[in-house]
Write a protein that binds this ligand. Structure first.
Ligand code: ATP
Length: 269
């Protein structure tokens, strides 16, 4: 399979140069291959105090989504990287982190010229209903604090004949921005935006960012299904609350869905 368009791969020095004054806050490396950047950062010993560890892989052989699902990527066709951020344990519920990372990614895509960017609770980025990126947040302990490993997979220019597991239709950046942006710049902008928004989140909680999420909610006011292992719940998506929990209007009233073990799907029936 060949990529739909050739895209250069990120380099550590270029990303750091583009981060400018923020560069000293990051400990960043780029490697040719690993199974999953989230797995490596989750298992790594802690980074220097106050620094954010970032790992970019040109190729992931075992990219992961939530609940054991697979994230597919191709060298030069996808960006796959993880960053590890320290939080106080009291800073908020993990679902909020995934939503904040989604806002950061959405803002960067909009800034580089993508229109129709949407967020699907809790962890997907869509463009006009097609999935362009996924986020996987995993928690691990760090020096009495909590570290959140934030994995991002962003489609840059998917190969012509991709075979993805059944899910939402997909898209990539090359279909929305011409010429394709420098991947170094995309990574640097995402890291800078995560840096700013996680600071807001740590200080003011998700409520300070709820509006930014709601304005991009892909399913606002629409009928959706919430799938859990054994059952599904039907309702209308009413947005998110101050913790980042999904608000679902069901026949029983307004329900708050906080579990990370559920999936949201449009309800067309
Ligand atoms: P949920 O709503 O529970 O998040 P999901 O299907 O979006 O469900 P994720 O864990 O977020 O699940 O992501 C993994 C899924 O994303 C895969 O099962 C597949 O359907 C889809 N997928 C995998 N690779 C890509 C990719 N490069 N681009 C778009 N979608 C992908």
């Amino acid at each position: 399979m060949k990529p739909a368009a050739s895209v250069s791969l990120p380099h550590a020095e270029s990303v750091l140069a583009l981060l400018g004054p923020l560069a000293p806050r990051f400990e960043l490396s780029v490697i040719p291959e690993c199974s999953s950047t989230n797995t490596v950062l989750r298992d790594e010993t802690c980074s220097g105090p106050g620094r954010v560890r970032v790992l970019i892989a040109h190729r992931q052989t075992g990219g992961r989504g939530r609940r054991g699902r697979e994230w597919l990527s191709w060298p030069g066709a996808s960006l796959t990287f993880s960053s590890r951020w320290a939080f106080e344990p009291a800073d908020g519920v993990p679902v909020g982190l995934s939503l904040v990372a989604g806002i950061a990614l959405a803002r960067v895509l909009e800034e580089i010229g993508v229109t129709g960017v949407q967020l699907k609770w809790p962890n997907d980025i869509l463009v006009s209903g097609r999935k362009i990126a996924g986020i996987l947040v995993e928690l691990s302990p760090e020096r009495g604090q909590m570290a959140a490993v934030v994995g991002i997979g962003l489609n840059l220019a998917l190969p012509d004949a991709v075979a993805l597991p059944a899910g939402l239709p997909v898209t990539d950046l090359s279909r929305h921005v011409h010429p394709s942006p420098d991947p170094n710049l995309v990574v640097a902008r995402i890291l800078a935006e995560l840096h700013a928004l996680f600071e807001t989140y740590a200080q003011a909680g998700f409520s300070a960012l709820k509006g930014a999420w709601a304005q991009r909610n892909a399913f606002a006011g629409q009928p959706v299904r919430i799938l859990a292992d054994e059952h599904e719940t039907l309702g209308v998506c009413e947005g998110v609350d101050d913790d980042g929990a999904l608000l679902l209007r069901t026949e029983r009233g307004l329900e708050r869905i906080l579990s990370g073990d559920v999936s949201l799907r449009p309800h067309t029936g």
